[in-house]
Ligand binder design. Structure first.
Ligand code: HEC
Ligand code: HEC
Length: 291
C-alpha cells in the first residue's frame, strides 16, 4: 500500500476535510435555507391558513400530534405511492414553526387534505378504531367539548401576519376545537392541485377474473369489512359514503370506482390493495346473497 503525502500533513488534511464537508453543507443546508420563503420557490396556489385552520394548527401543536405524525413526503417512489406527490419547499412558506417531524408511529399527514370527507375525521378523532379497526391512535373526543377563543386566534393571526377579515373572526364564535382541527387537517397538502394529476389510470380492458365465484365473494366480504364498512356501513347501507346497491354499476365500472376512487369527493383510491382484491370486493358487492 502506498501512502499519500497529504495524509501525513495534518493541517492540509484538516483543510481538505473541512472543504469537503462545507460543500455538502452548502448544498444540503445553506442554499435550501436561503431559498426557503423567497420568490425563488414561492408557489402561486399556496395560501396562508384561515383563522379556523390556524386555530387547528395550534391545537395540533398543543396536543403533540407531531410526536406520531410527520408532515413531509420525501421524493422516494414508495412514499409518493403511499402518500401522494412529494413535498415542495414552497408549500411550507406559511408554516411557523414547520411540523415536518421525525417519527412516524402514524402515517404522514402532509397530503391528507381531501383524502376523507369531514365526517370521517370527526368520527376518527372521537374513536379512531371506528374508522380503522386496528388503530392505536389515542382518542381526542374532548376537542368537541371546548370552544375556541376568537380573540386568541385573532392575536395569533396578527403575530403571523396572515390576512383575515373581522367577518372571519366573527365566524369563529361557537366553533369547537374539533371544528378547527378538522379544518386544519383538510387544508394539509392542498396548496398544490396534485390529487387529480396523481389519479391512477387504468389501461386496457377490464374483465372480472372470478365472476360470481363463491370464494371470491367470501374474500370480498372480509375485505369490505376491513376497508369499506367504516364509510359505507357494515350492511352496505351507507354512512359517511352512499349506500351501495347491487347492480347499480357493471363489474368493470365498479372496479374502476374502487381502484381509482373519487378523489375529489372523499372516496379514496384502493389501488394499493392490488387488482385481485379489488375484483374480490366487486364480486362481493354485485353478487352477494341479499335477504
Ligand atoms: C400515539 C401516536 C399518535 C398520536 C399522538 C396521534 N396519532 Fe394520529 N394516527 C396514529 C396511528 C397509528 C394512525 C393510523 C391508524 C389510524 O388511522 O387511526 C393515525 C392516523 C391518523 C389519521 C389518518 C391518516 C390517514 O391518512 O389515514 C389522522 C388524520 C390523524 N392520525 C390525526 C391525528 C391528530 C390530529 C393527532 C393529534 C390530535 C394525532 N393524530 C395524534 C397515531 C397517533
Ligand atoms: C373515507 C370514506 C370511504 C371509504 C373508506 C370508502 N368509500 Fe366509497 N365512497 C365514499 C364517498 C364519500 C363516496 C361518494 C363519492 C361521490 O360523491 O362521488 C363514495 C362512493 C363510492 C362508490 C360509488 C357509489 C355511488 O352510488 O356513487 C362506490 C361503488 C364505493 N364508494 C365503493 C367503495 C368500496 C368498495 C370501498 C372499500 C374498498 C370504499 N368505497 C371505501 C367514501 C368512502
Amino acid at each position: 500500500m502506498s501512502s499519500h503525502a497529504w495524509e501525513k500533513k495534518p493541517v492540509l488534511l484538516l483543510i481538505l476535510a473541512t472543504v469537503t464537508i462545507l460543500v455538502g453543507t452548502i448544498f444540503t443546508m445553506v442554499l435550501p435555507f436561503a431559498w426557503v420563503n423567497t420568490e425563488h420557490d414561492r408557489i402561486e396556489t399556496v395560501s396562508p391558513y384561515s383563522p379556523l385552520e390556524q386555530a387547528g394548527r395550534d391545537l395540533y401543536i398543543r396536543e403533540g400530534c407531531n410526536n406520531c405524525h410527520t408532515q413531509t413526503v420525501r421524493p422516494l417512489v414508495a412514499e409518493v405511492l403511499r402518500y401522494g406527490d412529494y413535498s415542495k419547499s414552497g408549500e411550507f412558506i406559511y408554516d411557523r414553526p414547520h411540523l415536518w417531524g421525525s417519527r412516524r408511529t402514524g402515517p404522514d399527514l402532509a397530503r391528507l387534505g381531501g383524502k376523507y370527507p369531514d365526517e370521517w375525521h370527526y368520527q376518527h378523532m372521537v374513536a379512531p378504531t371506528s374508522m380503522i379497526p386496528k388503530s392505536n391512535m389515542p382518542a381526542y373526543g374532548f376537542l368537541n367539548d371546548n370552544l375556541i377563543d376568537p380573540d386568541a386566534v385573532k392575536k395569533a393571526m396578527d403575530v403571523l401576519g396572515f390576512p383575515y377579515s373581522s367577518n372571519d373572526i366573527a365566524q369563529l364564535e361557537g366553533k369547537t376545537e374539533m371544528d378547527a382541527m378538522v379544518a386544519y387537517l383538510q387544508k394539509l397538502g392542498t396548496g398544490i392541485p396534485w390529487r387529480k394529476a396523481a389519479e391512477v389510470e387504468i389501461i386496457g380492458e377490464l374483465v372480472n377474473p372470478f365472476p360470481k365465484e363463491p370464494t371470491a365473494i367470501a374474500a370480498g366480504e372480509l375485505l369490505y369489512a376491513e376497508n369499506c364498512a367504516a364509510c359505507h356501513g357494515e350492511e352496505l347501507e351507507g354512512q359517511i359514503g352512499p349506500e351501495l346497491d347491487q347492480d347499480v354499476y357493471s363489474d368493470d365500472e365498479l372496479f374502476e370506482l374502487i381502484y381509482v376512487g373519487v378523489t375529489d369527493a372523499g372516496m379514496p383510491s384502493f389501488a394499493s390493495l392490488g387488482s385481485t382484491k379489488v375484483w374480490q370486493i366487486v364480486n362481493f358487492i354485485n353478487y352477494r346473497e341479499t335477504p
